[in-house]
Write a protein that binds this ligand. Structure first.
Ligand code: LLP
Length: 442
């Protein structure tokens, strides 16, 4: 069965009677006028449809917990929305912990990940009652035990392991291969478990956690990952009599950034995962564990678009036609970081075919700030609104203030209503953390 993450555009995208693009019943040209550009727009119906897909797809396994990977998008409103749709959260910093906490999320449904969590972050996690901490290395085991002891608490943990799986995605977003900065190598788990059982009495180990990479289109890798984790759980049971009852397989399912991308359906992935898990439970003779999945991109990317206003353009003699927009690598660093490709359309009604091949340049002072290198558009002109698709994940969450440019606003659209969920930064916001030392003041 198809799923919503396989779409290029939000579910509700259409051209209205004025020929303008509309999402969530809101005319994008009106949104650009009302809130200014660049503007992140998130379609609530698409988010909810994707959440529904995930819930239905995993129905075949009795104990499934979906944890949204906050690193893909972390705002109070989106955290609230996803929590209401039944998701818990994978968080990786005190900033993400604090955001979901302030959004009213049940903190027992939160899992804290990361390869170098600080003393302050671990302390905050314990104080706010974060449900699970996925411990990444020996240093963290000892640090966490000390903090837990000083709080007189038993902390519930998973061990992050490196399953040794190479998946075909950009090398910067591969994580499960052997020489990775994340997690315990499988030759180190015995030592970690011995320490937990014999010395770290303030830690309670519930299970194993792995993540193999991101923007994954392969399906077999998830089955392989499950086999490795379950086999390890069975081995630890045999060696230590340890009954681990949770497995967390991370996130990674891909999305469709361009017409040529064909990500698998959530239903296909869920089928592979649950079938293999059921098989492995029998094969290795363990009790069926609770399954945790941590999708980020595939939950939120398709629901988001970014609106830009087109400004200057130039035709290089015998070269490219550049069309510049009022945003770029600071609101979407993915093209310059990972050579990521995007699709776009002119949002205002244009009675012309999309025949002109142009390169969409960002406004930032770097030659590498190219949002889309070669796209067919309907004669883009100054003042047109460009809608770039599939920007819901890893855009706002990776945005910067490069060139001291304010970060854009974000609006949530649904049923012809738009609500601002992140305000546009102001010039005052930009200088609000700057301090001129007294001795420099005249
Ligand atoms: N769980 C863990 C432990 C992770 O490290 C990640 C992503 C996820 C879950 C969620 O993966 P997803 O379902 O979103 O693929 N900035 C990069 C992506 C980095 C992903 C890092 N870890 C990008 O823009 O492509």
């Amino acid at each position: 069965m198809d799923s919503t993450n396989q779409l290029l555009k939000p579910l509700t995208t259409k051209r209205n009677e004025n020929g303008n693009l509309e999402i969530g019943g809101c005319d994008l040209v009106n949104l650009a006028e009302q809130y200014g550009t660049p503007l992140y727009v998130l379609d609530e119906e698409t988010v909810k449809a994707i959440c529904r897909d995930y819930k239905n797809a995993f129905k075949g396994y009795p104990k499934v917990n979906m944890m949204f990977a906050s690193k893909a998008l972390c705002t109070m409103a989106t955290s609230r929305l996803l929590f209401d749709e039944g998701f818990g959260f994978d968080v990786v910093s005190s900033g993400e912990i604090y955001t979901v906490y302030k959004a009213g999320v049940d903190m027992t449904k939160v899992l804290f990940n990361g390869n170098n969590k600080s003393f302050d972050e671990l302390t905050l996690a314990i104080e706010l009652g974060v449900g699970r901490i996925s411990v990444d290395n020996f240093f963290e085991l000892s640090l966490l035990n000390e903090i837990a002891k000083s709080h007189n608490k038993i902390v519930d943990i998973l061990l992050r392991i490196t399953p040794g799986i190479e998946c075909h995605t950009h090398e910067y977003i591969q994580t499960g291969h052997l020489d990775s900065k994340f997690g315990f190598d499988l030759t180190q788990t015995d030592e970690a478990v011995e320490l937990i059982l014999k010395e770290y009495s303030n830690l309670k180990l519930h299970g194993l956690h792995a993540h193999i990479g991101s923007q994954i289109f392969e399906t077999s890798v998830y089955g392989d990952e499950i086999e490795i984790i379950v086999k390890e759980i069975a081995r630890l049971d045999e060696k230590f009599g340890l009954k681990l009852d949770e497995i967390n397989i991370g996130g990674g399912l891909g999305v469709k950034y361009t017409e040529s991308d064909c990500p698998p359906s959530t239903y296909t992935i869920a089928g592979i995962i649950t079938d293999r898990l059921n098989d492995c439970v029998k094969k290795y003779n363990i009790n069926p564990p609770s399954l945790f999945i941590e999708p980020g991109r595939s939950v939120i990317s398709t629901a988001g678009v970014t609106l830009y206003t087109i400004g200057s353009s130039k035709q290089v003699p015998k070269g490219k036609k550049y069309v510049a927009v009022d945003g770029g690598m600071a609101d979407n660093p993915r093209p310059s970081m990972y050579q990521a490709k995007y699709s776009a359309e002119i949002a205002n009604g244009k009675d012309k075919p999309a025949l002109k091949t142009v390169t969409i340049a960002g406004r930032f002072c770097e030659s590498g700030d190219i949002l889309i290198d070669g796209i067919n558009l309907a004669e883009p002109e100054e003042g047109d609104i460009l809608c770039v698709y599939n920007t819901g994940a890893y855009n706002y969450s990776m945005a910067s203030n490069y060139n001291r440019v304010q970060k854009p606003a974000m609006v949530l659209v649904n049923n012809s209503q738009s609500d601002m969920i992140v305000k546009r930064e102001t010039l005052e916001d930009l200088i609000s953390h700057d301090v001129i030392p007294d001795r420099m003041k005249k």
